[in-house]
Design a protein around this ligand. Structure first.
Ligand SMILES: Cc1ncc(COP(=O)(O)O)c(C=O)c1O
Length: 417
């Protein structure tokens, strides 16, 4: 195992200097535990990989929008890629510089667009004709210059899960590449629009650098021809999508940065990227406790106290996540399905995981759950989502008050019949 921030000492798993067993005693389970050193390490590897280019890092909040994590990323210098008014409020709350905030997404409402303008964000990445007309009329109504880029759909299919592929014409994202130049010209003619450039995001969990390269070359060619016609195209936003190999915790920051610099060297575009998963996935684990062991004729099950309402990636994307015991002990390996208490067959964290000497009451760590983990949690089965803590700079930081069922009930209204 090679997870920076998570290591065994005397056969017990630690997050940096803190024993996960101690965390379970103090905070209970299930709980997300993040390593700040690991986030710093990922951020610094990514920054170094693009150091020879003029590229801004705008963290995609959709991967993890817990304020404590955002505020660490903000301290490291990250901007934000947001897709809702809620994410905008959270980014601002975490003190992310509004001039480093980019607003993506196909369904921005008038209220959300106005909120973004009021807060002076860097740019809105527009994704349809209707959205563009809406932004123009808002800009005229407010008589303010609004910074707008066009999100281009290059019609590239990528080798990833169909639910996270976003760069082809049969998805809802971006505007067809062949129409981009005309739309850009239309925007440039508006007195209250400041054209900021072009944006692209072809999907998530991408490992083949040629897929990024093809997308970048596409956007570069549209940008160059716009410039040749005299239009201002200052920025190119290259999106996110760098893949995380969840089995071996590997992220190819080096080749990713090299792909960007190979394509854009010699050009004077200012670039931005929108990494989500690659910055935080390996920095978090979900700590959970075994409630029961259960055998059927065909399977051994470990029933744990975490569930798909805490972490849905295995059931949503058939995602693989390594599961390891917090306390290692020697013994023959057995195959188990690791499942939660929710009444769905899809409520599982791992299938046929190999574990030894598993006992009821034991702690397990589900690895690489820092991205698309807590942020996708729900109250399904009237469960309260797992709490979250961050180990950083020698301290344990509690990131939330533990939600209680009473908190949920207090927000509901019992009708009087
Ligand atoms: C527009 C946009 N930018 C960035 C991202 C982040 O992608 P990733 O977490 O794979 O880096 C996404 C993810 O869906 C996205 O839709």
């Amino acid at each position: 195992m090679n997870f920076k921030g998570f290591n065994y000492k005397n056969n017990n798993l630690f997050c940096e200097h803190v024993s996960l067993e101690d965390i379970s005693f103090e905070f209970g389970t299930p709980i997300y535990v993040y390593s700040g050193a690991s986030i710093e390490d990922a951020y610094s590897q990514l920054s170094s990989s693009i150091a020879d280019t003029n590229t801004e890092i705008n963290f995609a909040l959709k991967a993890n929008s817990t304020l404590g994590i955002l505020s660490l990323l903000s301290k490291l210098g990250a901007g934000a890629d947001i897709v809702s008014g809620g994410e905008l409020v959270k980014a601002l709350h975490a003190k992310i510089n509004p001039q480093k905030i980019v607003f993506s997404g196909v369904g921005k409402t008038t209220e959300e667009i106005k909120l973004a303008i009021k807060n002076g964000i860097k740019q809105i990445n527009a994704e349809s004709y209707s959205e563009i007309e809406n932004i123009i009329s808002i800009a005229n109504e407010l008589n303010t210059k609004v910074p707008v880029a066009i999100r281009v759909n290059p019609n590239i299919s990528v080798k990833t899960h169909e639910k996270i592929a976003t760069g082809s014409n049969d998805t809802k994202f971006g505007m067809p590449i062949e129409e981009t130049a005309n739309i850009y010209k239309r925007l440039s003619s508006e007195k209250n629009i400041k054209t900021m450039g072009l944006a692209i995001h072809i999907g998530s969990q991408i490992f083949d650098m040629n897929e990024f390269k093809l997308a970048y070359l596409n956007i570069l060619s549209v940008a160059d021809s716009l410039r040749q016609e005299g239009f201002k195209v200052p920025n190119l936003d290259l999106g996110g999508g760098l893949g995380v190999d969840y089995k071996i915790a590997k992220i190819n920051f080096f080749d990713y940065g090299k792909t960007i610099s190979d394509v854009f060297k010699g050009y004077d575009y200012s670039l931005s990227i929108e990494p989500g998963r690659s910055l935080v996935a390996n920095s978090g684990i979900l700590l959970t406790k075994v409630i029961y062991l259960k055998k059927t004729k065909s399977k051994n099950f470990i029933v744990v106290d975490g569930a798909m309402n805490d972490f849905i990636r295995p059931t949503l994307y058939n995602a693989h996540h390594n599961v390891e015991p917090v306390n290692l002990s020697k013994g023959g390996l057995e195959k188990f399905d690791i499942v939660g208490p929710i009444c769905e067959t899809g409520d599982y964290f791992a299938k046929d995981a190999l574990l030894s000497n598993t006992t009821e009451g034991q702690l397990l760590a589900i690895f690489s759950t820092g991205a698309y983990g807590s942020v996708m949690s729900s109250m399904y089965n009237s469960r309260v989502p797992a709490n979250e803590i961050l180990v950083y700079n020698g301290k344990v930081h509690k990131l939330k008050e533990q939600e209680r069922i009473e908190d949920q009930i207090s927000k509901e209204i019992l009708p009087k019949f």
